[in-house]
Design a protein around this ligand. Structure first.
Ligand code: SAH
Ligand code: DHB
Ligand code: MG
Length: 225
């Protein structure tokens, strides 16, 4: 099925999404720099963009920048005076992202912080950087439970939390998995499902990146699920 999913994805890109040149340039520059090709697809990036616009986001937090491809989709949804903070562990990835974001014309709206997200999140909270209107979780899959905890501390009722790669080709069903990324996704789902502050669903996705899924969770007041 992978061949078909990819063909449909490419057709949808050309027919519906029609990403501008900055998006293709970012993908090409990331590939030239040797970054792994694990950014969201254009159809997924456009979904992030639309969700940001739907919630009128003025402050966005992204956990896991890579080459800034998803960052571009999210930052272009912001108003001129909007802000996006994106967290990245790897300085080489951050360097590629900075160039891509500058080429895309969004550098002035984006603050890229380099370091382990589990350390940077509480620092943002201490600085009073929150609450964010939308938070996109897409860094180290094993750490998703910690990212959720850190994100909630930077949220308010109405904040939209989105988690990438939460279905993992169906491996999310494997309770005894030795893969820490699967264990991370399972704990993340369990936490999301058990937290009275969250009203959530998961969108299963197929496309050029295979079979995976996105968690969409709205922070609500207690008992308003
Ligand atoms: N959001 C990007 C893809 C991110 S890939 C896009 O869709 O375009 C995951 C990224 O998280 C990688 O760049 C990786 O270096 C980074 N990462 C891994 N562990 C991390 C950590 N502990 N803290 C912050 N970033 C991390
Ligand atoms: C990986 C990370 C991602 O964010 C993704 O969308 C796909 C794969 C990875 O670390 O392998
Ligand atoms: Mg991802």
């Amino acid at each position: 099925m992978q061949e078909l999913w990819s063909a449909v994805d490419h057709w949808l890109d050309a027919t519906v999404v029609q990403p501008g040149p900055a998006f293709r340039e970012a993908e090409e520059a990331s590939a030239r720099a040797g970054l792994p090709p694990i950014q969201v697809t254009a159809t997924q990036g456009k979904l992030l963009h639309l969700l940001a616009r739907l919630c009128g986001a003025r402050k966005i937090l992204e956990i896991g920048t890579l080459g800034g491809y998803s960052t571009l989709w999210l930052a272009t949804a912001l108003p001129e005076d909007g802000r996006l903070v994106t967290l990245e562990l790897d300085p080489a990835h951050a360097e590629v992202a900075r160039a891509n974001l500058a080429r895309g014309g969004v550098a002035s709206r984006v603050e890229l912080r380099v370091g382990p997200a589990l350390e940077l999140l509480p620092r943002l909270a201490e600085e009073g950087a929150g609450p964010f209107d939308l938070i996109f979780i897409d860094a180290d899959k094993a750490e998703y439970p910690g990212y959720l905890h850190g994100s909630l501390a930077l949220s308010r009722p109405g904040t939209l939390l989105i988690g990438d790669n939460v279905v993992r080709n169906g491996a999310v069903l494997e309770a005894g998995s030795a893969d820490p990324r699967v264990a991370g996704a399972r704990s993340f789902h369990a936490q999301v499902g058990a937290d009275p502050r969250l009203s959530a669903t998961v969108i299963q996705t197929v496309g050029s990146k295979g079979y995976d899924g996105l968690t969409v969770a709205l922070v609500v007041g207690d008992g308003a699920r």
